[in-house]
Design a protein around this ligand. Sequence first.
Ligand SMILES: *Cc1c(COP(=O)(O)O)cnc(C)c1O
Length: 497
Amino acid sequence: MEILKDYLAETQGQELNAEMLTFTANIDAVAKKNPQVAKKIVKELDDQRSNLKLIASENFCSLAVQSAMGNLLTDKYAEGYPGNRFYAGCDNVDDLENMAIEEAKKLFGCEHAFVQPHSGADANLVAFWAILRKKIQAPIMEKLKQTNLLALSKEEWDYIRMQMGNQKMLGMDLFSGGHLTHGYRYNASAQMFDSYFYNVSKETGRLDYDELRKRLHEIRPLIFLIGFSAYTRNVDFAVMRQLADEVGAVLMVDMAHFAGLVAGGAMTDNANPIPFADIVTTTTHKTLRGPRGGMVLCTMEYAEYVDKACPHIMGGPLPHIMAAKAIAFEEARSPEFKTYAENIVENARNLGIALVEGGLDILTGGTDNHMVIINVESLGLTGRQAENALRECGMTLNRNTVPFDKNGPWYTSGLRLGTPAMTTLGMGKAEMVEIADIMATVLKNTRPTKTKKGDISKANYKLDENIKEASIKRVRAILDRFPLYPEIDTDFFKKYF
Ligand SMILES: *Cc1c(COP(=O)(O)O)cnc(C)c1O
């Protein structure tokens, strides 16, 4: 296979398309080792081009971010933090990490940034343990007049371990939209902490601050954690700060989903957690539109504990991803990003309105952020059936539990959709209205089938074939007008794969 050579021959005399050239060279290099892997990369691009990306946690990062990720930086070990490494030869990684840190601080206006976490879940572990070390371990060490853990007796060490392993955390219930790393029993966080939950109100589907205050005073947790993956309303973080202070809790915010909206100025004042929280965690690949990764932002009070994630809970950071973070954070400070962030919210609002007009049941009746959650129960469907039917019609999204869900976390009763990826492609109100209409049409023409025993199935369904065909056409017509990475021509690869 001579993919790059063929490309160069084919384009001789034409103006150079650097993005296509880079992509072709990458595929060529991969294909020489393993054509099957190269094929899957090209196929994934085709898939993401021919299906509408409605997944609220996904996006399309820039080709510059992608290029920064895919290179030799991955070969470097850099345990520690800039200027404090356990390995030699970290000069360039120090500079790159510092660039990402400085960009993050400018972008979010925070006192301190730690850009090493490999993911959102990783960032949460770093934050949890930084809080535990600062609030529990450090005071005990001070009492013992010790600074060296290795000098502790077995009894002293066991005492610290016991104290650290028995702290309370109060987070949002998974079914109300919280994340599994916030104390869900099947996640290690529930084994690290004595964890408790708050729910959204049954009546309004929103957080009820009076109920929250009651719950906080009842539990009196070490960590009061606000963050969610499936909640569509703004939170007043000034009120959260006050509530945390009433019980002396650490206010931790996990803004994994909405970091891009904070960065782009679409969530300001009390909806921006940075000025109010002690410690903020995030992913960098959702609305923030950077490489797949995580980050911790905090006050100087927590800086040294967060920076010592290695040796505590992390090994080496990912230098190639930190390089890509520096690029993405700089991109996020541009005027274009601000417009993008505003458009995400505008699109989500319009999508919600159009879905309601199409007769669908939306949680809380609308949205303040980038996502909309549909309850499909009234259509007689489970989230799983709805998810699969829509995917057959060219729309990729995920099923999600709704508060107090009767169908559990596997089948669910909800669908979560988000506008970040579609907004990145440049779509606006007209497309949101069209998409809502396609979705409503598909869902209303999907029926659950019966199981062998004669019960209504939670998994299987029948979708009207004509509706399916027409919907795919409508989805493709939208996507044709908003191509993903238009610089890259995947047709070129058809003769190879
Ligand atoms: C996505 C998400 C995470 C986890 O991020 P990963 O990068 O998948 O580990 C953590 N918290 C919240 C609130 C999230 O939405």
